[in-house]
Design a protein around this ligand. Structure first.
Ligand SMILES: [Zn+2]
Length: 288
């Protein structure tokens, strides 16, 4: 295999962020690809291509609150049904079930039918989710949409070294701003506000409370937090993971005390108004 861009012949499998189109809309996904060592152009083999199609269909489904392929399989398995039995149960052709379980996106009415028949206790999406989704990417979100999933996993990962929201908030700030400084996009799309204790994710108490309610976090002694399961780092790209790890390393020795102190010295903090959102423009002057 030769690179079509530079005819280089060395490739490394890496997780890359792509934005393919599904039903005329761009979606954002992270999937493995073969990356040319010389010019960094990503290429895909057939397996990777299939992975990408499935991931793209699922990303689209998530955006529109449609069941993912895995959730459909999960429902079917819940009832212990074969694809044929499941199609009988839903009164839908078996071919459709097969395709939905891979990369053919079901339409909204079909989705509703599956839900009604399978999961009457389907949890309503929280008002929180709606709030975050209503913001388009801008300089206050680090030029990307807020991702609840990435935020949760970043929290789960960084709380391991920071223990309390006070330090966690600074670690999140540094991770997002550092990634913006290096790559022009934040990791989680979180908006940070200038609060008394330093830069903090906007509405962080709501976000953490929601994670507590959902048992993604537990409150331990005092104001400290902990996770039940370890963070899922596979949803981060190579560069995102690298930045998260570097911030965790900085916080490891003292639980983030230095980060907290430093965050108050940052232009992002000193030059933004109290209670106001902090622009990612300041990322270029970061002290770490
Ligand atoms: Zn190349």
């Amino acid at each position: 295999m030769k690179c079509l861009e530079c005819s280089g012949d060395k490739f490394e499998e890496k997780k890359c962020r792509f934005t393919p189109e599904v039903k005329g809309e761009e979606v954002e996904i992270i999937v493995p690809a073969m990356v040319c060592v010389k010019c960094h152009t990503p290429f895909m083999n057939d397996t990777q291509m299939n992975q990408m199609r499935k991931a793209a269909a699922d990303a689209y489904r998530k955006t529109y609150d449609l069941l993912t392929s895995e959730e459909i399989v999960h429902f079917r398995n819940l009832f212990g049904m074969s694809q044929a039995a499941f199609s009988n149960y839903l009164k839908i052709g078996e071919a459709s079930i097969k395709r939905w379980e891979t990369y053919f996106v079901q339409d909204a009415s079909q989705d509703e039918l599956i839900r009604l028949k399978c999961d009457e206790a389907y949890a309503e999406y929280s008002a929180l989710n709606v709030h975050w989704k209503s913001h388009s990417p801008d300089i206050y979100s680090g030029k990307r949409c807020f991702s609840w999933e990435l935020f949760k996993q970043a929290v789960k990962y960084l709380i391991g070294v920071t223990k309390s929201p006070l330090f966690l908030n600074k670690a999140l700030f540094y991770a997002d701003f550092k990634h913006y400084q290096l790559y022009g996009k934040s990791i989680t799309g979180t908006r940070y506000a200038h609060l008394e204790y330093g830069p903090c994710p906007e509405q962080y108490t709501n976000l953490f409370n929601f994670m507590l309610q959902e048992n993604m976090l537990i409150q331990t002694e005092g104001h400290t937090l902990n996770t039940i399961e370890p963070a899922n780092l596979t949803i981060f790209s190579a560069s995102e993971k690298e930045v998260l790890e570097s911030i965790a390393n900085l916080a490891k020795s003292d639980g983030g005390k230095k980060l907290l102190k430093m965050s108050h010295q940052e232009d992002a903090y000193k030059n933004s108004e109290s209670m106001a959102l902090i622009s990612y423009e300041f990322a270029k002057n970061l002290k770490i």
